[in-house]
Write a new protein. Structure first.
Length: 305
């Protein structure tokens, strides 16, 4: 698998992961797909009066630079003067590129499926997880693709890995997969996945705790999962403890605090919070109850008058 992904890719690199996967092609690339200016695959190819094709944004920038610098309007490829800046969309080429991209992405998706196994090498698993994150960043609709490819249970399985790096990246990937996606959250709600995530809160490795809290924060935006998280023994106790910890970083403390705020939609969770020293949700609930009672009696009194 390493050779299929890209053996030269440095997992420790700070370069943008999306740009890496844009350059990773299973099917051979055609010269006609490449913009002469950007040297990248075109997304919106347009053709000039002389028949040369460029990425729309790139050629528009070229025209602007010619105008701003008082230069003649010339084709950047032939250097011959142009009479017009009219750009004709190359619809056929764009459709061909989109179809080519779809085939490559499908092949990469299948590679990810093959790599997301505890028997795969750490490098292959990390690359597969990175590809899933790339899909999430590229388009929100790709989360539907990830769900239909049944990748979510496979990513969950990576939480059992003996590699800390894999476990951390699996937690991060799951967070991105469930963000603003109710259906994917429901898949996480199945089985013991939430319990497994909660267990990471007690890990000594701080990075795993940070990723687990961030994931639980996303999951806690679902009322169904709020109840499930609260039902796991020790979950609320640990979260309350994290909010007052001096050893946690501020972002983790903030995420734990916001998670508890979300969990407070369930009365049973509020009771557990109060038992563990977090009283504000209980006081809020009591005040809301008193307000409802007062409003009830005011309406009753008005009806009797």
């Amino acid at each position: 698998m390493a050779g299929s992904w890209d053996g030269s890719y440095d997992l420790g690199s700070q370069s943008d992961e999306s740009s890496h996967f844009e350059r990773l092609h299973i099917e051979p690339i055609y010269d006609a797909f490449i913009c002469p200016l950007t040297k990248q695959i075109m997304r919106d190819p347009v053709t000039l009066e002389n028949g040369q094709t460029f990425e729309r944004e790139a050629i528009e920038k070229w025209f602007k630079e010619c105008k701003d610098n008082g230069r003649k309007l010339v084709c950047p490829l032939t250097q011959k003067e142009l009479r017009s800046t009219e750009l004709n969309p190359s619809i056929a080429l764009r459709n061909t590129i989109e179809e080519w991209n779809a085939r490559n992405e499908a092949a990469q998706l299948e590679m990810a499926r093959s790599s997301l196994s505890l028997g795969s090498s750490e490098n292959d698993i990390l690359l597969a997880l990175r590809f899933v994150r790339h899909l999430c960043q590229k388009s929100r609709s790709n989360k539907h693709v990830i769900r239909n490819a049944e990748l979510i249970p496979m990513i969950v399985d990576m939480l059992k890995s003996s590699s800390r790096s894999v476990r951390c990246k699996a937690l991060e990937t799951l967070r991105m997969v469930v963000e603003e996606d109710t259906d994917n959250k429901e898949i996480i709600a199945e089985g013991d996945t939430v319990r497994t995530i909660v267990k990471f809160l007690s890990h000594e490795q701080s990075k795993e705790r940070e990723e687990a809290v961030s994931l639980l924060f996303e999951l806690s935006k679902s009322d169904t999962l709020c109840e499930k998280i609260g039902s796991i023994n020790g979950a609320i106790l640990i979260l309350v403890g994290m909010t007052s910890s001096k050893s946690e970083n501020l972002l983790t403390v903030e995420k734990a605090d916001k998670t508890l705020d979300n969990l407070a939609v369930c009365e049973n969770n509020v009771r557990q919070m109060a038992e563990n020293g977090r009283l504000q949700p209980l006081l809020t609930l009591l005040l809301e109850g008193i307000s409802i009672v007062i409003n009830f009696f005011v309406v009753l009194l008005l009806l009797l008058l």
